[in-house]
Write a protein that binds this ligand. Structure first.
Ligand SMILES: Nc1ncnc2c1ncn2[C@@H]1O[C@H](COP(=O)(O)OP(=O)(O)O)[C@@H](O)[C@H]1O
Ligand SMILES: [Mg+2]
Length: 390
């Protein structure tokens, strides 16, 4: 393996040693149902941590692990989510309950036959749940759906005396799933929280990238999972780990590493990406590294950031641009934009909730992602100057 844009685990996984050890020790403890909430911006390495936790836990006895990302739910429906979760749990327990068929074969089996197959396995205790999944009517009650999906692991866990760790990536996005064509909303979080309070064999670990929805789910004192999960904020890699990641696959000088560290601010996705581009260059001189970084911004940046930038409202765009051009105080922004302070503050709050901007100190705002910032500077702002010069 070389540089990759996919989540990493095993040998490719760099650092996060203490966090991993803590999580694995807690999660493998048979009598503990304490779970974790990983929180950090996109591309910082949350999915990789979940996958690495999964890999390590799978080497332990008496435990099964299920990974599911809400962002992978194709139709964005609560039903699909519940089905995928239930099947994942059944599949994970399969070796322990004497089931010969794969979980997703079960749901294609006619009911009469299914009953017969399940009679012979420990799965008969969840027959009702499985039948429910297969025969679900169009307007199934959301609460019942969730209850079934989140209780299969409890029942199987008790029967087989095996603990289940559910790793649900981008968990807060559950509120955006649809049921009967409407968004399910926050109620679904409270429902899951209530179910999880009675768990003895199941543990929930989640991640989330979007600050506002993470607040809604876990972080704020009125949220359903407040103090229910151990919250860990995931930070960028330190310079020594960027060094390790780069020199694992590249012949690169210390100043070259420094350049990439400064460019990426230790966000592993950018380090991997620049590393991947450098693999194709002959010699990794400082000049060639800088050229590759500019190329990255111009080509990849337009794919990665353009959409994000366009998804912001017009005022929000003006504000992020003004921060990128060096304005950090709301007062200054209000002056240059010719807008009211109260408006600027309101949009700064929105941008903060979406994870684009953070308040460094009173009256001083910065952009969270330095690469996004540089893209705005070099691609958007400079294009603007060229335009006005013409
Ligand atoms: N610990 C790590 N070591 C090496 N590369 C990593 C690590 N964590 C993340 N990466 C890289 O960073 C990128 C984003 O990782 P990912 O886990 O998908 O982040 P997130 O889920 O937070 O968006 C991927 O290219 C991945 O290979
Ligand atoms: Mg992810």
């Amino acid at each position: 393996m070389t540089f990759t844009l996919q989540p990493v685990k095993g040998k490719e996984f760099i650092n996060r040693t203490e966090l991993l050890e803590e999580m694995v020790a807690e999660l493998k403890a048979k009598r503990s149902t304490t779970g974790y909430a990983l929180y950090g911006k996109r591309r910082i390495g949350k999915t990789s941590i979940l996958k690495e936790v999964q890999r390590r836990l799978e080497q332990e006895d008496g435990i099964v692990v299920v990974y599911l990302s809400v962002w992978d739910i194709i139709e964005s429906t609560l039903t699909e989510f519940c089905q995928r979760l239930s099947l994942g749990v059944i599949e994970a327990y399969r070796p322990h309950i004497g089931l010969k068929y794969r979980a997703n074969e079960l749901i294609r089996t006619p009911l009469a036959m299914l009953r017969k197959i399940l009679e012979e396995t420990e799965l008969k205790i969840v027959y009702n749940e499985i039948e429910f999944l297969i025969t679900r009517k169009k307007d199934t009650d959301e609460g019942v759906l969730i209850e079934h999906a989140f209780n299969i692991s409890e029942k199987l866990g008790e029967k087989a005396d095996i603990k289940c760790v559910l790793l649900i990536d981008e968990f807060p996005s559950i509120i955006d799933l649809k049921s009967n064509n409407l968004k399910v909303g926050e109620a679904v979080l409270r429902k899951i929280r209530t179910i999880s309070e009675d768990w003895e064999r199941t543990t929930l670990c989640i991640s989330g990238s979007i600050r506002s929805t993470m607040n809604l789910a876990v972080l704020s004192s009125s949220s359903p999972f407040y103090r229910q999960l151990i919250v860990k904020e995931i930070s960028p890699l330190k310079q020594e780990h960027v060094t390790k990641l780069l020199s694992q696959h590249l012949d690169i000088s210390q100043e070259g590493i420094q350049e990439i560290y400064d460019f990426s601010a230790g966000i592993p996705f950018y380090v991997q990406f620049v590393g991947k581009m450098l693999e194709r260059t002959e010699k990794n001189t400082l000049d060639s590294i800088r050229r590759v970084e500019r190329e990255f911004l111009a080509e990849e940046g337009n794919i990665l950031f353009k959409e994000e930038f366009d998804s912001l409202g017009p005022k929000e765009r003006l504000i992020v641009l003004s921060i990128a051009s060096g304005c950090h105080a709301p007062k200054e922004m209000a002056n240059t934009l010719g807008d009211k302070m109260s408006n600027v503050n309101r949009f700064l709050t929105y941008l903060g909730e979406k994870g684009y901007v953070s308040k460094k100190e009173r009256g001083y705002y910065v952009l969270e992602d330095p690469v996004f910032e540089r893209w705005m500077k070099e691609v958007i702002l400079e294009a603007d100057t060229v335009d006005t010069n013409v």
